[in-house]
Design a protein around this ligand. Structure first.
Ligand code: ADP
Ligand code: MG
Length: 730
């Protein structure tokens, strides 16, 4: 029996179902496996505790002796929970997380066995960096890199099976100091934002000394039976189906969204949520998404740095817990053609250490002016750097989603809602050079009350915008489901830092010329609105009209990753990232190179899988069916029946034969084309060729014929699980 029918049989016999885990009180397990500040108080000396907390707050360095004390405290805590190993946990540019486990166990010089974890091991490790992508930053003879402890993200314990490992969040840098991961530049971007935002806040409130960016992500994913997935080499190797005919019922009835969660998936959700709570990930919501077998979870927002760690950690936890339930989690942006793909909305805002959300509309003219300042600066930042935001969300996977009329288009625009659009246009037309009643009137608007109310009203919510204001935060909706949020967060916080820095220079210049502070601020805000209003769009982002309109406005619409990535290495990008201390020129070049290579490899793997499935699964089944038809036709003919008796069979035979011929020819041609493309030296040219000469030319064409065969060939001999099975059986 084929894997496919075996898997279907297993689902019906329910042997694969794991019971729903017992209901535990969340507050009872929350942070159980995290070395929180509270735990630190318990396990550390006064000196160690003080040093750790100052370093969390202000990034002050921890000296070696104190580091030893802290390491001992962390080990004592971890051992009390049965931990034997530790690892530096980091986020290399492969896109997954990395860990290399070492045990606390060691031998003294006289052979005595002891358990040990010292400050040096806590602060720095040297993983073999040569097998991580570096984009040419490290020549092979100098393949050394090290991981360095990031005290601002707490240590945690990960449970794999019965084993428990202490994980120390770290950044990953080369010996010469270049960042080799997603976290190091993110921390720099957050620091840059902090500086510029505090400066601007001080126009309104001198008490602000720190601004923290906040992130609440919404993670979409698919869950399917692991047995069925195992019979799909494309899902296992690429995370998406390269073939598969549309099922009779897809998402057209729209009956899955917010419907009741299937019991088997519910058991899985409860299970991974409990793991997440133990790790301090504050999950809050879970629900079905639009497509069948698609779901979403979202936590309460946190500081960006922590939220990023929690998202990468959760993706890992989900994948592992799914195995316990014989399920497979698909984090790919587009696992199934013809139904929605998955995104990861990044809800983003900024908060002051005085407790103010800088994107929450104000109650008084003064707070309104502060809100308007930050609000308009974001619009300006997105306008000026839309190309870099586009590059931040570019990947082979997300190309299937952006602009496919179900996700935000590749055109970056900003949605602010009718009410604020009106406020902006009022400011634009009415602000005068002498702060008068008109200006006062705008600032006296009760934004605080009106905006949240309007936002709650669904008519004023735009689901088709890539970057939407949703009442007290912006939602970057174009981010892909499998992406590391650090990439988009590094970009967003850097462009905001840069824009605010310029804003301060512009305002100060007017103040120096003798303008009153409020007047100066209003003038600059007005100018920024004029300069950036073409990025504002309130309409349907999925519509054709918008594509035309965007073109007329001169907004970039870069549809493919190899070209979108160009924005990372323009002079503008280099200046931006260098001036804000986020990336050096060579780091940007390296990242550009790595992203291009990733793209090439992903498309190459998909092309290979397509060839493999076509030749080893599809054609054998089709030929078998051809033979059945042939035998039938010949038999009827031999029995002396007229052609009318086997006319239909002949028709099917002809169709099947034609599809076989096209598939075989195209697969062969694609292989030949790959040989040519593989010889291209430059990564950029090669990536473009993989897109335009392989993917664009062959993928849809081959798929078309394979999917036709799926409709023609005897179901009994079709080896690949079908969409209706993967999406609806559980
Ligand atoms: P939806 O957008 O689906 O209506 P919510 O508005 O409840 O959902 O929030 C979605 C996400 O936005 C949640 O993760 C939430 O914690 C986050 N969020 C809310 N306020 C902020 C903020 N100030 N900064 C960052 N994220 C926020
Ligand atoms: Mg949302």
């Amino acid at each position: 029996m084929s894997l496919r029918f075996n898997a279907i049989g297993n689902i019906s016999s329910e042997t694969s179902h794991v019971p729903i885990p017992p209901s535990l009180k969340i507050t009872g397990i929350f942070n159980e496996n995290v070395f929180t500040v509270k735990t630190a108080r318990e396990y550390l000396s006064d000196e160690g505790y003080k040093s750790l907390t100052t370093s969390i707050k202000g990034g002050k360095k921890i000296d070696r002796i104190v580091a030893n004390q802290i390491a001992n405290g962390i080990r004592a805590w971890a051992e009390s929970k049965g931990v034997t190993h530790y690892t530096h946990w980091f986020q290399p540019l492969t896109g997954t997380t990395a860990e290399k486990h070492d045990s606390f166990f060691t031998l003294k010089s006289d052979g005595t066995a002891i358990e040990e974890f010292d400050g040096a091991a806590l602060i720095q490790q040297e993983p073999d960096a040569s097998s991580f992508p570096s984009g040419g930053l490290r020549a092979t003879f100098e393949a050394r890199g090290y991981t360095a402890w990031d005290p601002s993200s707490p240590a945690f314990i990960i449970e794999i099976g019965k084993g428990k490992t202490l994980c120390i969040p770290t950044i990953f840098v080369s010996y010469t100091g270049e960042s080799l991961d997603y976290k190091a530049p993110l921390l720099k971007a957050l620091e840059a934002l902090n500086k510029s935002a505090v400066d601007v806040c001080n126009y309104f409130d001198k008490n602000v000394t720190k601004v923290t960016a906040t992130l609440g992500w919404e993670q979409e994913y698919f869950v399917i039976d692991a047995g069925l997935a195992n019979a799909r080499p494309d899902l296992i190797q690429c995370g998406r189906t390269v073939f598969g005919a549309a099922p009779a019922k897809g998402q057209q009835l729209e009956d899955h969204y917010f419907g009741s969660i299937p019991e088997r998936v519910y058991a899985f959700m409860r299970d991974y949520e409990q793991e997440a709570y133990k790790l301090g990930i504050p999950l809050r919501t879970r629900h079905n998404e639009v497509a069948p077998a698609q779901f979403e979870c979202a936590p309460i927002f946190e500081e960006v740095n922590i939220a990023v760690d929690h998202n990468t950690l959760l993706m890992d936890v989900m994948s592992r817990v799914a195995k316990r339930h014989n399920l497979l989690v698909l984090l790919h942006e587009k696992p199934f053609a013809g139904i929605n793909g998955s995104g990861k909305h990044n809800n983003w805002s900024m908060a002051t250490d005085t407790g103010v959300n800088l994107l929450a509309p104000g109650k008084t003219p003064k707070t309104n002016l502060m809100f308007l300042t930050f609000f308009v600066n974001i619009i300006k930042a997105v306008h000026d750097h839309a190309d870099i935001m586009r590059a931040a969300i570019a990947s082979a996977q997300n190309d299937h989603r952006l602009g496919a009329n179900e996700a935000p288009p590749a055109i970056i625009s900003v949605f602010v809602g009718q009410y604020l659009a009106k406020v902006l246009s009022d400011v634009e037309t009415r602000v005068s050079t002498k702060f008068d009643e008109q200006d006062e009137a705008i600032l006296k608007l009760d934004l605080h009350r009106s905006i949240p109310e309007l936002m709650l009203d669904n008519t004023d919510r735009n689901r088709t915008s890539p970057f939407a204001f949703t009442g007290n935060k912006f939602e970057f909706r174009a981010v892909g489901s499998s992406a590391n949020c650090a990439i988009s967060m590094t970009v967003l916080n850097t462009i905001m830092a840069d824009t605010l820095k310029k804003f301060k220079i512009d305002v100060d210049a007017l103040i120096e010329k003798g303008d009153k502070k409020e007047i100066a601020i209003m003038q600059v805000i007005q100018r920024y609105i004029v300069e950036s209003k073409k990025v504002l769009f309130e309409g349907d982002g999925y519509s054709d009209e918008w594509h035309h309109e965007a073109e007329r406005r001169g907004l970039p619409n870069v549809k493919t990753t190899p070209l979108a990535l160009d924005a990372m290495v323009t002079d503008k990008a280099k200046k931006l990232f260098e001036h804000n201390g986020v990336y050096t020129h060579s780091e940007l070049e390296a990242r550009h190179e790595i992203e291009l290579e990733k793209y090439i490899k992903k498309v190459q793997i998909e092309a290979r899988i397509m060839g493999d499935l076509a030749i080893n699964h599809i054609l054998p089944a089709a030929i078998k069916y051809q033979n059945t038809l042939l035998k039938n036709v010949n038999g009827l003919k031999a029995a002396g029946l007229p052609e009318s008796a086997y006319k239909s069979q002949l028709g099917i035979l002809k169709d099947v034969s034609e599809h076989i011929q096209v598939i075989h020819t195209k697969v062969h041609a694609m292989v030949e084309e790959r040989k040519i493309v593989n010889n291209i030296e430059s990564s950029r040219t090669k990536a473009i060729a993989y897109e335009s000469q392989i993917k664009a030319v062959y993928f849809d064409e081959i798929r078309y014929h394979v999917d036709k065969l799926e409709h023609l060939v005897d179901d009994d001999i079709w080896t690949l699980p079908k969409y209706r099975e993967m999406l609806f059986l559980r």
